[in-house]
Design a protein around this ligand. Sequence first.
Ligand code: ZN
Length: 262
Amino acid sequence: MEAAVACSCVHEISQSFAHLREKEADLELSEIYQTSLMSALIDGVYDGSVTIAELLEHGDFGLGTFNDLDGELVAFDSEVHQLREDGSARVAAMDQKTPFAVMTHFRPTISGELMTALDKLEVQDIIDKLVGSPNLFCAFRIDGRFERVETRTVPRQTKPYRPMLQAIERQPVFKFEKTAGTLIGFRCPPYVQGINVAGFHVHYITDDRRGGGHVLDYRLLEGKLEIAKISKLRIDLPQTESFQQATLHSEEMSKAIEAAEG
Ligand code: ZN
């Protein structure tokens, strides 16, 4: 099935990618680990008990947020960064905690250079083609130069917590023009909406490690794309009272996730 949005070059670019030998040992370790559920975050469960140190036991690569919804989490090469609503960024401390994060041991099996300027939807189309099936998960990383990247950062909350759609009503939006940086993302199948985010969920950090956030849109000038196909999902449900009391399934949930994470 051809995707609706495609530049004429998307097919050619996909063809140029190398499919590395998918070693069984690597695939065995390729698993998504997540703490809590996206639906819990949407419902306002902003306190978790999993530390950054514990997250790193489950992967060297990932994204998420911090307790109190205190900014965006982006992790790669075993380094975890915190991008906050005031535009500041720092390396996260090992004892900080997260209410929702998605991690993997990133072992790309598909990689190639993107030498043409591409919009977000074109990059997503290339990833879809390379992964081949909408029913698998994938993690991907793009190190490149960007004409622009638009991000948002969740604002820190205080108790009593409000549901996420209210919490992000005044979320700061950042526009990065002509920056070099790294996109860290996951693509999840449609059937996990609520458990995770169906479709693409991407965070960005600039090369100087001073800016970034949850990605709304971008235009890539050139870069290297690496993809790891993943067919295992491990979910660690919080033991907290707030999680146990949360409303995790409702008619509005899917719409709310699209509004918050789309
Ligand atoms: Zn995000």
